[in-house]
Design a protein around this ligand. Structure first.
Ligand code: SF4
Length: 227
């Protein structure tokens, strides 16, 4: 019980195979109907649940139609329209500024390179990876959100702490054609079973391969703390 495979590459393959069987419909859960909506939804999703973002964007995407609407919106009004979202004031600023850049520098189109995307306000590598993958069908890296971060460490796929370093490790061991899917599988498993506070190791399809599994391990490798 709780014995990882002999290499991190083999461990990653087992994780993917088992989670694929468990979550055959794994996919992005943010709702959007074009690239700009995707970008905005991902900016809003930082430190916030996808469910909350989807509730808020339902009316947001009806009211604002295109980059110009956001770029010319009053800060107070846009912030008020986002006020159920964490850090809504800052996120309203980011969205207005990103949309100004999209209009001025990119002919109104959401850019399709990592460098151009990460130049936009409020867009880091994680957000850019999501927009490239789902908006442009370009898979340049692995999206490392809080679930990927936690599960990768618990499962012994990385010992790194920070998302950019974790992504580098994962890109070495996860087969490239699974980069996009890997994130969604981790998110599904992180929500359903391997939750942050109280993972259900007794009902986990990875328990026999997980070096953090409660009962076998005293330590949660994600935090380094005892269970
Ligand atoms: S639920 Fe437990 S056994 Fe399963 S991956 Fe998470 S820590 Fe490991």
């Amino acid at each position: 019980m709780g014995t990882p495979r002999e290499t991190t590459q083999a461990q990653a393959e087992t994780v993917i195979d088992r989670l694929e069987a468990e979550y055959p419909e794994s996919a992005i859960s943010l709702r959007y109907s074009n690239r700009l909506e995707l970008l905005i939804a991902v900016i809003l999703s930082a430190q916030c649940t996808d469910e909350r973002v989807n509730q808020e964007t339902e009316h947001l995407f009806e009211k604002y139609d295109g980059a110009e609407d956001y770029a010319t919106a009053e800060q107070d009004e846009l912030a008020a329209d986002l006020n159920s979202i964490t850090y809504y004031n800052n996120k309203a600023k980011y969205i207005r500024s990103a949309c100004e850049s999209i209009l001025e520098d990119h002919d109104g189109e959401v850019p399709d390179t990592m460098a151009e995307l990460t130049d936009l306000s409020g867009v880091g590598r994680k957000t850019a990876n999501v927009v490239l993958q789902h908006g442009h069908d370009i898979v340049e890296g692995i999206v490392v959100d809080t679930h990927v971060q936690r599960l990768s460490r618990r499962l012994g796929l990385t010992e790194e702490e920070y998302p950019d370093r974790i992504e580098e490790d994962l890109m070495e061991i996860v087969p490239e054609d699974s980069w996009q899917e890997f994130t969604h599988l981790c998110i599904d498993h992180g929500r359903a079973t391997c939750t942050a506070q109280n993972p259900d190791c007794g009902d986990c399809v990875l328990a026999d391969r997980c070096p953090s599994a409660k009962g076998d391990s005293e330590i949660d490798l994600a935090s380094g703390d005892p269970w």
